[in-house]
Design a protein around this ligand. Structure first.
Ligand code: HEM
Length: 434
């Protein structure tokens, strides 16, 4: 990719407009090009036809492709492949499937967390929408893991310490980001172990931890303590910024389009209440369409990386074994053959049509590593939008939300994709300012 800077590589250009930079690179270099994400992290981007199929190719693995995350995700779903991955995935699938969500306490937690956050949001004069959504998404995964409401502030703090390890400064010195991150991970481990201990001592219960403790793989083996810790920490990471960005962009677009907002509120108020199961969420097709369009345009996985374990071919070129390659759901989601005017936010394109195909939900990955939390994320965002519509209507009927954003309303891409952090929304005032 052209225009590489010393040390930071293409990171700045990608941060400001990753999709634009990838499109330009594809035009100038063809479907295969090297991208330098900074500090020597170089990935071979594969954007030719057939790149979606690469996600299902067993010669491409996650093991060794995510070294910067290892301190946080350990040996979990996100870093295992083959039989080791299948074993853990088999244990984790049931509680995250539609039935598992409906039958466990998770559905109730989704309804409760979404409703509390919506009520809090409509009370504020100006709410920092991305921060609010991050807190909601993190609170939900923590609550699902058994954390009590009163303990959430300390867990949020320790989790943000643990995330400091993503700062690309590898030195473990006193007060360094690395040292603080390792301490954060140790704190999380200790507390998760205590939650597991408590769940083991309870004879009854249908929380996620109870289900995971009782689950057995096909050989009758339970997950051991290290597997439980690594995978529960991975759920925090995977289920947090991803949903937060999606929900934040959904709200921002509702602020920009009064007609869409009104239709969403009408739908939310017509339904029987905030959904707690995928079946109930189906009563809200417009809210679901807004979720899908938000993921399509702002999906957090703008690229997904893998390591090749053998020579593979893409776009007519051989790619050697041990190459870090990347595919681009952000470009698939802007395929003009599939989405007329692909850069326009238009939820209606998802209405009145059959369930999306695997390619259309490739923002959640594909193949063996397809997102474990797909149904959870969908239910969470739909529940939140319904709760928001109902709360806003109760507090100030007929009013449209206002948006305050002193800078251009476009995505930023590092460390993970997000809307401008300065964007604020208000559901209290009467007149629109944009
Ligand atoms: C809009 C929200 C979300 C998006 C766009 C999203 C996207 C993705 C993507 C692209 C992958 C595949 C990564 C790869 O192939 O390397 C993935 C995997 C994963 N996601 Fe999500 N995710 C979302 C929400 C969630 C939630 C709420 C959870 C759980 C609480 C979750 C848990 C996971 C896990 C555990 C994996 C690893 C699965 C495996 O490797 O077997 N995600 N997600």
């Amino acid at each position: 990719m052209p225009d590489e800077l010393p040390v930071v590589g293409h990171a700045l250009a990608l941060h400001l407009d990753a999709v634009g930079a990838l499109r330009r690179a594809r035009e100038q270099c063809g479907p295969l090009f090297w991208v330098h994400l900074g500090f020597g992290a170089r990935f071979l981007f594969c954007t030719g036809s057939g790149s979606f199929e690469l996600m299902k190719d067993p010669r491409l693995v996650t093991d060794g492709a995510r070294s910067t995350l290892e301190y946080l995700i350990g040996r979990s779903l996100l870093s295992l492949d083959g039989a080791a991955h299948r074993r853990i995935r088999g244990v984790l699938n049931p509680p995250f499937a539609p039935r598992g969500l409906s039958e466990s306490v998770t559905g109730d937690l989704i309804r409760q967390v979404a409703t509390d956050r919506a009520e809090r949001l409509v009370q504020q004069d100006q709410a920092a929408i991305h921060e609010e959504m991050k807190e909601m998404a993190l609170d939900l995964v923590l609550r699902i893991a058994g954390v009590g409401t009163q303990d959430l502030p300390e867990w949020r703090h320790q989790y943000s310490e643990a995330m400091l390890g993503l700062v690309p400064l590898p030195w473990d010195l006193p007060y360094s980001p690395r040292r603080r991150a390792l301490r954060g991970v140790a704190w999380l481990n200790k507390q998760i172990s205590a939650l597991l201990e408590r769940a083991r001592a309870e004879t009854k219960g249908n929380s996620l931890l109870h289900v995971l403790l009782q689950a057995r793989d096909e050989n009758g083996r339970a997950l051991d303590e290290a597997e439980l810790l690594d995978n529960i920490r991975t759920l925090f990471l995977a289920g947090h910024e991803t949903t937060a960005t999606t929900a934040a962009w959904a709200v921002l677009h509702l602020c920009l389009d009064p007609g869409l907002w009104q239709r969403m509120v009408d739908e939310a108020c017509r339904g029987s209440g905030v959904p707690r199961s995928p079946a109930e969420a189906k009563q809200f097709p417009l809210a679901e369409a807004i979720f899908r369009e938000s993921v399509r345009l702002y999906g957090p996985a703008w690229f997904i990386n893998r390591r090749t374990t053998a020579v593979i071919e893409h776009a007519g070129h051989p790619i050697p074994a041990n190459t870090t390659v990347a595919v681009t759901p952000s470009l698939w989601a802007r395929d003009p053959d599939l989405y007329p005017e692909p850069d326009v936010f238009r939820p209606e394109r998802w209405l009145g049509r059959p369930s999306p195909t695997p390619y259309e939900i490739s923002q959640f990955g594909a193949g063996a590593h397809f997102c474990l939390g797909y149904h959870l994320a969908w239910l969470e965002v739909v529940a939140f939008l319904v709760a928001l519509g109902r709360s806003a209507q109760k507090q100030a009927p007929g009013q449209r939300p206002r948006l305050f954003c002193p800078e251009a309303l476009r995505p930023r891409f590092f460390p993970t994709p997000h809307p401008p952090t300065v964007a604020r929304v208000s559901f209290r005032a009467t007149a629109a300012i944009r």
